[in-house]
Design a protein around this ligand. Sequence first.
Ligand code: PA5
Length: 424
Amino acid sequence: DIGNALHSVATPGVSRETLERLDERVADAHDRIGTGIDGREHGYAALALPETADAEAIRTAVDPIDCEALLIVGIGGSALGAATIADALDVDIDVYTLDNVDPEYTSQLLDSLDLSRTALHVVSRSGTTAETLANFLVAREAMESVGVDWTERTLVTTGGEGNLRALAERHDLPALDVPAGVPGRFSVLSTVALPVAALGGGDVEGLLAGAGTEAETLSGSLFETPAYAYGATTYALAERGWTVNAMMPYAESLETFAEWFAQLWAESLGKDGVGQLPARALGATDQHSQLQLYRAGPRNAMVTLVRPRERADVTIPETELEGLAYLGGSSLGGLLDAEFEATEASLAAAARPSIRIELERVDAHGLGELLYGMEAACILAGELFSVPTFEQPAVEWGKRAARGLLGGGEFEEARAVEEKTRLV
Ligand code: PA5
């Protein structure tokens, strides 16, 4: 619902006429996206995953693994999708993510796990990312040190080449391929992130079916396509100075989704001096912190409010205090909905744009729809911004610099860091 992003006397958002003009560009972008999907072109191939992902192959790969906990070793697009699925869906294993290389956190986490009941899913599309390879080496040594055969508990997902592929081949590890043409941050509906659902008894087919339902809504008009309405409106708002996009789900289970979104939006669109800064928020918690800024700070922040229409609820008990009588007999869900609506209204009253996204419920189907819709929205926004959505040169710069500094190859980026350090 983009109603609160539309321009009115009170809200300097984006006018209906602007969106009608923009719709011609949306139609062209939709044609481009359709050609990309049909040709399985780099990046666009991600939007073909509801058709091309092989749920059966994923189930077969995880089948021999018997575990109570899963440690995902990956970073960025190779970790956030799985973490989002694990946190949103009711998976019946404990899931941990080793993405950062903070030594204190890594050793505390490894010490706390029963490694004989833990499986590793090591994920790197390039197979060369220093953080992921380093964490894998540390984790497998921790397993060896307690007499656990890590080769029996490790699943790899990687691209065609790279050090991770070489390790998988050398130790005969089960290995899934990252599908061709699917960049890291667009890989949630693939072998990169779906194994967590398969291992944890989650509904892999439901996720893909939800994504497929959303794919069917894509049409040549933003007025008929929710994902394009989101992508086009956020683009138009960013062009008019609303350069911060606070993603604020009203569901704890979607908190990691906001993190996933932040990566998708920042890494895909932040190029050539354009883009929109994604902020992560959680309703209602951040009504008591960040909302102050979004409502009364610089006039540059739009808010994306997300909520499920249905959820399990908890009744608030009656109370002996008259002052709290309004709570008794109501429910936590009712209170959360009231908070949601209050936030939306308070932003509108302060002439700050917001967009409302509702999903039926946070289940596999709903999550599949949401994730696919956001990817389509992002690709559409990338077309409108005219940026190379599927590249991430700034991220790659840092990766090469880190490898070079550790002696992992001759990289001019590492020399630039050394030169800068010398000057300091
Ligand atoms: O979206 C991206 O391209 C990045 O966030 C990558 O996923 C991240 O850098 C990890 O890369 P890799 O999967 O090659 O280890």
